[in-house]
Ligand binder design. Structure first.
Ligand code: FMN
Length: 171
């Protein structure tokens, strides 16, 4: 049975719940899957496919997630990898949100050219204004991001389901 690791980084927890939703969808599609926060103790040899995700902060993934993707790429010999970003920029400007995610994936692929990226997507996250540092709160006043939980569970589930053939078809 295909074993999938859904590895994520998070600062405030919203990405952890998204990783869990992805795991549920993969399991209900017949795969073996589990979610874990990125850390160096995870052994890539234990898995056949990977989903790696992070929230965007200042246009970039959390460092731990990017490092995990780059280091893992050297040890997984072309096994399929899907990437997801979480963010709230797209709530005000969907093109900008998509562009920010694509730009990050592009730069990750440059530093980790051996990553076999079979899919990637960006999803809306959970925006809590009080988590912004004071200077970003001032910037946010000019074009406020809607406060609250914007996670689209159906879109997340549909994306996870779309990965199943990528993870189960021998390359
Ligand atoms: C300080 C700060 C910076 C952020 N920067 C971005 C960003 O550059 N792009 C984006 O789309 N979302 C940005 N966000 C929104 C977060 O990605 C979003 O709240 C996400 O759900 C947080 O995930 P976490 O709960 O797993 O840490 C930012 C949020 C904060 C508090």
């Amino acid at each position: 049975m295909t074993r999938v690791l859904v590895a994520y980084a998070t600062r405030f927890g919203s990405t952890r719940e998204i990783a869990t939703a992805i795991v549920h969808e993969l399991i209900s599609s017949g795969l073996e899957a589990h979610a874990a926060e990125v850390n160096s103790a995870l052994n890539p040899d234990d898995y056949d496919a990977f989903v790696i995700g992070s929230p965007l902060y200042g246009g970039k993934w959390l460092v731990a997630a990017g490092m995990f993707a780059a280091f893992t790429s050297e040890r997984i010999d072309g096994k399929p990898v899907a990437l997801f970003s979480i963010g709230t920029l797209g709530l005000r400007n969907s093109e900008a949100g998509e562009a920010e995610h694509r730009e990050f994936v592009k730069s990750l692929a440059e530093v980790a050219p051996r990553l076999n990226i079979v899919g990637h997507s960006v999803f809306s996250g959970y925006f809590e204004r009080s988590n912004l540092p004071w200077y970003l709160r001032i910037v946010d006043r000019f074009a406020p991001t809607p406060q609250g939980d914007h996670r689209d569970w159906s879109a997340i589930q549909a994306w996870a389901k779309s990965l199943v053939p990528e993870f189960t078809t021998p390359s």
